[in-house]
Write a protein that binds this ligand. Structure first.
Ligand code: F0G
Length: 462
C-alpha cells in the first residue's frame, strides 16, 4: 500500500530541480482584460498570462536530465534511426506487442487505427471516449458508445474503479442485434473524461474474455497506463505485491493492441504510438502512416523525440515517481475536501475534478456552469483549468445521459511543488467562499466539432 499523503503530510519529491522557468501572476485588471480578449475561453489565454497552468497534464511534463541527454543522441536518419530501434524495443518490452508504429501524438494513432477498424454504421464501445477518440469514431461514420459503470457518473460514490466497463451492458451489446456492428472494443486507462478514474484488472480480464468469446479485437488507450496500474496495486485486492510493470503487462496480454499518447505517461512533450499483435493490420497502418505521419521509423517525430519517449516510458513506471505523482493528486484532493469543496471521489490518477453541480447549484445548464467556474478560477488567481462537461461533450451527449459536469485541475508531471498546490487549493477555496456571486456565461461563437477548443463566450446577461 502506498503511503497516503495528508494535508499535514504532503508527498516528498523524488527529484531535485535543475532548471527553472519563471512564472508570474498578472494583476486582476490584466487578467480581466485577458479573459475578455480570449472570449472567456481559457484555450485562448496566453501561457504567459497564466500563473499555475492546470489546463492539461498532456505534453506538459518536465523531462529528466536523462531524457534531455537522450535528445542529444538523436540520430536524425530518415530511415532506420538508432533512436527508433531503442523506442521499438522499449515499447515491445513494456507491452509485449510485436508491431510498434510511432505517431506524432495520440490523436494521430486514433485517426489511423479507427480509419482501419471502424466503418460507417459501426458502433465503438469504450468505458468513456475521450473527446478526440469520439471525434475520430464519428469521423469515419461510426457511433461512439460509452459503457462505464453507473458509479462513474456519481461524484460521491466511493467506487474504487469508476473507469470499469459495465460488463452486462457490453455483453448485451455484443450478443444483441447490434453485435455484428461492433468492429472493436476499446478501454481507456485511466478514464480521463470521467475523472481520471482507474479501470480494475478484474474488469479488463472480464472485458477481454467477452471480446475473445465474440471474436472482437480489444484495443486499449494506454496514455495513462502506469497511473492506472499504480492505482490497481493500491486499491485492488491481491495486487499490492506486484510491480506496476507486471500489472501493466498482464493488462496488455489481455488485449490485442493499444494506442498511446506518450505526452502523458511517456513523460514527453510530443509523441505517441500504436502497438498491435496483428501483423496484417500493422502493414496497413504503416502504409497510411507514410501518407499522414511519416516513414515507419519516425512517424511524424524527430528521432531525438523517440529517444526521449524510450527513456520517459521507463521513468513513468518508477514506483517512487508514481507514489509522489499520485500523492500530489491526493494531496490537492485532500486540501479541497478539508474545505468541503465538492470534487469527484475518490481522486484519480492525473488531476482533481471539481463537481460543478454541487459547486454552483444556482446556475442552470444554459448558464454553462463548468465554463463559468473555470473562468472564475483564472479570474481569482490566474489558475487555468478545463471544463469537462456540457461544452466539451455537447448536447448530443447530454441527451445520451451524460450527467457529469466537471472542471479538471490536471496536474502536469514533475512540474509543480507542494506550495503551488496549496496556492491552487486556496484559489479554489476563495471562489467557493463567494460561489453565489459567480455569473454564468453564454456561448457566442460555437464551432461544430471539438468546440471547447475554439468557442467564444460572453458573460450571461452582459
Ligand atoms: N486519449 C486520451 C484518454 C487522452 O486523454 C488524450 C489527450 C488523447 C487520447 C489524445 O492524445 O493529445 O496526444 O493527441 N488528452 C489531453 C488532455 C489533450 O488534456 O486530456 P493527444
Amino acid at each position: 500500500m502506498a503511503r497516503v499523503p495528508t494535508v499535514n503530510d504532503p508527498p516528498v519529491e523524488p527529484y531535485r530541480i535543475k532548471v527553472v522557468e519563471s512564472i508570474a501572476l498578472l494583476s486582476p485588471e490584466e487578467r480581466e482584460r485577458a479573459l475578455q480578449r480570449a472570449g472567456y475561453n481559457l484555450f485562448n489565454i496566453l501561457s504567459e498570462e497564466v500563473y499555475i497552468d492546470l489546463l492539461t497534464d498532456s505534453g506538459t511534463s518536465a523531462m529528466s536530465d536523462r531524457q534531455w541527454a537522450g535528445m542529444m543522441l538523436g540520430d536524425e536518419a530518415y530511415a532506420g534511426s538508432r533512436n527508433f530501434v531503442h523506442f521499438e524495443s522499449t515499447v515491445r518490452e513494456l507491452t509485449g506487442y510485436p508491431h510498434i508504429i510511432p505517431t506524432h501524438q495520440g490523436r494521430a494513432a486514433e485517426h489511423l487505427l479507427l480509419a482501419q477498424l471502424a466503418h460507417p454504421g459501426a458502433i465503438v464501445p469504450n468505458n468513456m471516449h475521450f473527446d478526440t477518440t469520439r471525434a475520430h469514431v464519428i469521423r469515419v461514420g461510426a457511433k461512439p458508445l460509452d459503457l462505464a459503470v453507473p458509479e462513474a457518473y456519481d461524484c460521491e460514490s466511493p467506487h474504487p474503479f469508476k473507469g470499469d466497463i459495465e460488463v452486462p451492458k457490453l455483453t448485451a451489446l455484443l450478443e444483441g442485434p447490434a453485435g455484428p456492428s461492433v468492429p472493436l472494443v476499446m478501454v481507456t486507462l485511466t478514464n480521463n473524461t470521467g475523472g481520471g478514474q482507474p479501470v480494475s484488472l478484474a474488469n479488463v480480464r472480464e472485458v477481454s474474455s467477452i471480446c475473445r468469446r465474440h471474436g472482437k479485437p480489444l484495443y486499449l488507450d494506454i496514455c495513462r497506463w502506469a497511473e492506472n496500474a499504480f492505482l490497481i496495486r493500491d486499491r485492488e485486492a491481491g495486487e499490492a505485491q506486484r510491480s506496476v510493470r507486471e500489472i501493466g503487462r498482464e493488462i496488455f496480454d489481455l488485449a490485442d493492441g493499444a494506442l498511446m499518447s506518450a505526452k502523458k505517461d511517456g513523460l514527453v512533450n510530443m509523441g505517441g504510438f500504436i502497438a498491435t499483435r496483428d501483423a496484417r493490420l500493422a502493414a496497413r497502418l504503416k502504409e497510411e502512416l507514410i501518407l499522414f505521419e511519416g516513414f515507419p521509423t519516425y512517424g511524424g517525430l524527430a528521432r531525438r523525440d523517440l529517444e526521449a519517449i524510450s527513456i520517459g516510458l521507463r521513468e513513468a513506471t518508477d514506483e517512487r515517481y508514481l507514489e509522489h505523482r499520485i500523492g500530489q493528486v491526493r494531496f490537492l484532493a485532500d486540501l479541497l475536501s478539508s474545505n468541503d469543496i465538492p470534487i469527484m471521489h475518490p481522486p484519480g490518477g492525473h488531476g482533481v475534478y471539481l463537481d460543478v453541480h454541487r459547486f454552483l447549484p444556482n446556475l442552470t445548464a444554459s448558464q454553462l456552469p463548468g465554463q463559468a467556474l473555470s473562468v472564475e478560477l483564472y479570474r481569482e488567481g490566474g489558475v487555468r483549468s478545463v471544463e469537462v462537461g456540457a461544452i466539451m461533450f455537447g448536447e448530443e451527449e447530454a441527451a445520451s445521459g451524460r450527467t457529469l459536469e466537471l472542471v479538471r485541475l490536471a496536474i502536469p508531471r514533475r512540474v509543480y511543488t507542494e506550495t503551488h498546490l496549496r496556492y491552487v487549493a486556496e484559489v479554489v477555496r476563495r471562489v467557493w467562499d463567494r460561489r453565489t456571486t459567480v455569473r454564468g456565461l453564454r456561448m457566442v461563437e460555437a464551432p461544430e466539432n471539438l468546440r471547447h477548443f475554439t468557442a467564444r463566450f460572453a458573460p450571461d446577461g452582459g
